[in-house]
Design a protein around this ligand. Structure first.
Ligand SMILES: *[C@@H]1O[C@H](CO)[C@@H](O)[C@H](O)[C@H]1NC(C)=O
Ligand SMILES: *[C@@H]1O[C@H](CO)[C@@H](O)[C@H](O)[C@H]1NC(C)=O
Ligand SMILES: *[C@@H]1O[C@H](CO)[C@@H](O)[C@H](O)[C@H]1NC(C)=O
Ligand SMILES: *[C@@H]1O[C@H](CO)[C@@H](O)[C@H](O)[C@H]1NC(C)=O
Length: 350
């Protein structure tokens, strides 16, 4: 099986070959592998951000939200679009700073200008304009439709790219006699991609549902349709994520949505050091879904008592440690429909 994110990219590559191969094959070949790496890092970050959520960023989501007759535009697919677009822009921008492309380098447009009191622009600012331009050509090309879903996906792609810009930081270096730092040179650099993920996770929580005109288009006139779409978008900042459909119940397996349900998922328990979010994971994944929590004792083998021997080896013992893990399980381990009375009772007690 291909690694996370790859299937998504195979999809886009297939489509993009049609678009680019004839017009500019060299540009396509130069950037395609970076686009692939970037899309993968977006999906990887999505899986991290949603590891303890009912919806945990399953592989099929992005495909389902683009090239598929069943495509949806939920709060979750809005995040997938944003983080993938952000990942592609981020990687291309980094590649540019690292000198991976011949036709691109640091953004030196401000070098030498005064930035503020005690500092001037200098160094190598990450060239986000380049990353933005190229990633837009690749990622937005996936939306070949002219309906409201395509418009929503494009909006969320843009929000993802803006997140990369919004999380950029000024980095500075001191100069002056013996490190007196009387003058600094500063440049703009990308934040860790994790920060982009955190930023977009908050946007996911605040995402807005677009209220489209529910009246069926009278004549199917596409100009009318575009008017309705534009109307629906009015007043929504470009930084915000938007969606059209309410999320389905992620507790239960839904094959057509590519979702497995939460039965069998691991949750965290019993560590005093956990964040509030982690501590509530068993409630969120199991109890809220009418499932119970089962404990499993698992033997973990690791290296221990390592000693250095002259010269030059390290010898270790193998230690087994029993750790307790927690999983969501159905009542009686079975697949019977849940008893609602009990479910509510259980939820409250927790
Ligand atoms: C761009 O960067 C990624 C990792 O950051 C790397 O895997 C990829 O090979 C780079 N692309 C080029 C063209 O060097
Ligand atoms: C799966 O999700 C779709 C879309 O939300 C919904 O129409 C369908 O009823 C769901 N199927 C099941 C088995 O829950
Ligand atoms: C608890 O968390 C703190 C800060 O994150 C860390 O320094 C400490 O080692 C942790 N303690 C345990 C027992 O994990
Ligand atoms: C659900 O559970 C409650 C309490 O155990 C029980 O009284 C009730 O009859 C059950 N309902 C169904 C439909 O099984």
């Amino acid at each position: 099986t291909p690694p996370a994110g790859l299937s998504v990219v195979y999809f886009s590559v297939h489509f993009l070959i049609l678009q680019y191969f004839l017009s500019d094959p060299q540009a396509f070949l130069t950037y395609a592998s970076s686009v692939q790496v970037g899309a993968q890092s977006g999906i990887h970050e999505c899986k991290h951000q949603f590891a303890l959520e009912k919806w945990n960023c399953p592989e099929r989501t992005l495909q389902m939200s683009t090239h598929n007759t069943l495509r949806t535009a939920t709060r979750e697919t809005s995040f997938v679009h944003a983080i993938s677009a952000a990942g592609v822009m981020y990687t291309l921008t980094k590649n540019c700073s690292m000198g991976d492309f011949d036709n691109c380098g640091c953004d030196d447009s401000k070098i030498g200008q005064t930035g503020g009191r005690g500092w001037i622009w200098g160094g190598c600012s990450d060239n986000v304009a380049f990353g933005e331009k190229i990633s837009k050509q690749f990622v937005d090309a996936l939306e070949d439709g002219h309906d409201s879903r395509a418009a929503v996906n494009l909006h969320n792609n843009e929000a993802g790219r803006l997140a990369v810009k919004s999380t950029m930081r000024r980095a500075c270096k001191c100069h002056g006699v013996s490190g007196s730092c009387s003058i600094q040179t500063c440049w703009m650099q990308l934040a860790d991609f994790r920060e982009v993920g955190n930023y977009l996770k908050k946007k996911h929580e605040q995402a807005k549902k677009l209220e489209m005109d529910k009246k069926p288009a009278r004549s199917g006139n596409s100009a009318d349709n575009r008017g309705a779409i534009a109307h629906g978008f009015r007043g929504i900042p470009r930084t915000e994520l938007i969606f059209l459909e309410d999320s389905p119940d992620y507790c239960v397996k839904n094959h057509s949505m590519g979702f497995q349900g939460t039965e069998g998922r691991e949750c965290l328990k019993g560590n005093k050091n956990m964040s509030q979010w982690e501590r509530k994971s068993c409630r969120r994944l199991c109890y809220e879904c009418g499932l119970r929590v089962v404990e499993k004792r698992i033997e973990v083998v690791s290296s221990c008592n390592c000693k250095f021997h002259w010269c030059c080896t390290v010898r270790c013992d193998k230690c087994t440690q029993v750790v307790t893990k927690y999983y969501c399980a159905g009542k009686d381990g079975g697949r019977k429909p849940h008893n609602k009375t009990k479910r509510r009772h259980r939820g409250r007690r927790q």
